[in-house]
Design a protein around this ligand. Structure first.
Ligand code: NDP
Length: 248
């Protein structure tokens, strides 16, 4: 489903929200947007200089002081995620929002030629890391009165296409992870879990996947934010286990 939504000014006031891959593309804009609606952001990513730039942009815009959490999802282990959960607990006492946004595209190539090492890297970043991260911060999510977990899918995570390899498979797995978690947490009544397919969006990843395309023909990350705001804020309370499209 796709939604037509206008967020109220203080939709995310006092919310603590973690965004993965917050240094670039959709994650960067989502972090800035959530901050503009009142949230305190935890900016997680692998390139510190990019996270620092987003930190500065949020501060300049008058948002609440964010936290930077450098982590490479490719190499991170269970221990790192347990530590992340503990740090969130100590610093904020809870986590109200989690946007699993970071992903690797891998290579657009036939399965016959897909390098097994690259396959594992893509599955690690796109699917195993979101599982382990969620596990590590679940205690903090349970401590929130109203929490939202958003996974990032793709159109090839709903109907696969030739040459999309590990990326497509990882996005199917992401939808599965979303559904299992939503079902397990439905009884809490306080943690909703959904997925968003952003649709074709003007970022580095899209450019890498479609080098011949005119970026100006695509929506910007800013333009797809209504779905992210709807799912992150209290207006989506009670909505769980659903797959959303940010574009028609
Ligand atoms: P970008 O490649 O522009 O940004 C991805 C972000 O994830 C970057 O900040 C990147 O960090 C980070 N990241 C990648 N690998 C790791 C890692 N190992 N550890 C930590 N952070 C990492 O992608 P988009 O903004 O386009 O994509 C965002 C999400 O939307 C992804 O899940 C993607 O699959 C999905 N999507 C995007 C579409 C599009 O058209 N753009 C369409 C459908 C789905 P760094 O900056 O350091 O590289």
């Amino acid at each position: 489903c796709m939604i037509d939504y206008k967020a109220a000014d203080h939709l995310l006031k006092d919310k603590v929200i973690l965004v993965t891959g917050a240094g670039d593309g959709i994650g960067r804009v989502a972090a800035k947007t959530f901050a503009a609606y009142g949230a305190t952001l935890v900016l997680l990513g692998r390139t510190i200089s990019k996270l620092e730039a987003v930190y500065d942009e949020i501060e300049v815009a008058g948002g609440a002081q964010p936290a930077i959490y450098p982590l490479n999802l490719e190499g991170a282990t269970h221990k790192d995620y347990v530590e992340l959960g503990e740090r969130l607990g100590e610093t904020f006492g809870r986590l109200d929002g989690l946007l699993h946004n970071a992903s690797l595209l891998g290579k657009i190539t036939p399965l016959e030629a897909y390098h097994p090492e690259l396959w594992q890297q893509v599955m690690q970043v796109n699917c195993n890391a979101p599982f382990m991260l969620t596990q590590g911060v679940l205690g903090a999510l349970k401590a929130s009165e109203d929490a939202s977990v958003i996974f990032t899918s793709s159109s090839v995570g709903r109907r696969a296409r030739a040459f999309w390899g590990a990326y497509a498979v990882s996005k199917f797995a992401t939808e599965g992870l979303m559904q299992v978690l939503a079902d397990e947490l439905e009884h809490t009544g306080t943690i909703r879990v959904n997925s968003i397919n952003p649709g074709a969006t003007r970022t580095q990843m899209r450019r890498k996947a479609y080098p011949g395309e005119d970026p100006q023909s695509l929506l910007t990350p800013e333009e797809i934010m209504p779905t992210y705001l709807y799912l992150m804020g209290a207006d989506s309370r009670g909505v769980t286990g659903q797959a959303f499209d940010a574009q028609s």
